[in-house]
Design a protein around this ligand. Structure first.
Ligand code: ADE
Ligand code: ZN
Length: 329
């Protein structure tokens, strides 16, 4: 089946890990295609998540000025259009873009404005998720969550924690997530990727997210799978990324199908379009080939993604209608 034409929803993708060759060439005209592939695209198999994350530095280095941030954001909208994405939640860590003197507030404002422009230009609905990072201090994490507060009512729709789950504990971030909860922000959190089910339990208890980024290692604990289903916690599943970060050995071993069959709410996502050299079209094709997934499976995942999206009911209804129309034979 050719999935290119089907409408899609993407809840989990990192702006700084999704720069096309076109935009990189625009920002650094001396770079050859070969050199782009070598530095921006990761190997099919990284040692671990920490190794995978070293590739993100190239993108972040090219996202330090207003023009660079705007172009990279608009470039992502073009990639989403090619994938027929109708709704995307784009995440990034604002504190990572201060090398040339921008304040975190300026960074968010620039990406926010570019997102509004991208929406107007492409008709793709989109929102932003601001990330704290595992290795941040409590103060940095608080700074990140307060940006969500400052940008309420804009394209900023939620809060996340990313980076090295196995290398850094959650301690420094509990306060930021408590703050997010008090303020009623939408929250997701990377967990159950570089660490197992215990990390997902811990994240649920201390961060109270409505969604988990990845969460695929929840499959190691049947009680957790039951809990996720009962509490309607949504897993943002990113198959290729999990094989590349060496969280899962091979795509045949990936628990996406077992998670789906267990009735846990889930969506299919790219995570890092450039590092993983992937698109949603490719991810859908992989799930079809490896697990025999049909159109109806993807419709269900997309509907569940909308249900758990960090956006209002009116937009959800419009997107749901668009999705259902797109999947009619
Ligand atoms: N940042 C970009 N990709 C990530 C991943 N897969 N896990 C944690 N942080 C990330
Ligand atoms: Zn991620």
């Amino acid at each position: 089946m050719n999935y290119a034409q089907l409408p899609k929803v993407e809840l989990h993708l990192h702006l700084d890990c999704s720069l096309s060759y076109e935009v990189v060439k625009q920002l650094n005209p001396n770079i050859s295609y070969e050199s782009y592939r070598e530095s921006f695209v990761g190997p099919v198999k990284c040692t671990d998540l920490a190794d995978f994350l070293t590739r993100a530095i190239n993108g972040i280095n090219l996202m330090q000025t207003p023009k660079e941030l705007e172009l990279v954001t608009l470039d992502l909208f073009q990639q989403l259009k090619a994938d027929n994405v109708i709704y995307a939640e784009i995440r990034f860590a604002p504190l990572e873009h201060q090398e040339k003197g921008l304040s975190p507030e300026e960074v968010v404002q620039i990406v926010n404005d570019a997102t509004a422009k991208g929406i107007a230009e492409t008709g793709i609905e989109a929102r932003l998720i601001l990330c704290t990072l595992r290795h941040y201090t409590e103060e940095q994490s608080m700074k990140a969550v307060k940006l969500v507060e400052q940008f309420q009512g804009t394209m900023v729709a939620g809060f996340d924690i990313a980076a090295d789950e196995a290398g850094f504990p959650i301690k420094e971030h509990i306060k930021a997530f408590e703050y997010a909860r008090q303020k009623g922000f939408h929250v997701t959190a990377h967990a159950g990727e570089a660490r197992g089910a215990d990390s997902v339990w811990e994240t649920l208890e201390h961060f109270r997210p409505s969604r988990i980024g990845h969460g695929v290692r929840s499959i190691e604990d049947p009680k957790l799978i039951d809990h996720l289903r009962e509490m309607k916690i949504h897993l943002e599943v990113c198959p290729t990324s999990n094989v590349q970060t060496n969280v899962i050995d091979t795509i045949q071993d990936h628990p996406a199908d077992r998670i789906y069959q267990a009735g846990v709410s889930m969506s299919v996502n790219t995570d890092a379009r450039t590092i993983s050299d992937t698109t949603l079209n490719k991810e859908y094709t992989i799930l079809e080939k490896e697990f025999g997934w049909k159109k109806a499976y993807f419709l269900k995942c997309n509907l569940e993604a909308i249900e758990h999206a960090f956006v209002g009911e009116e937009v959800k209804e419009r997107l749901t209608k668009k999705l259902k129309e797109g999947y009619m034979d």
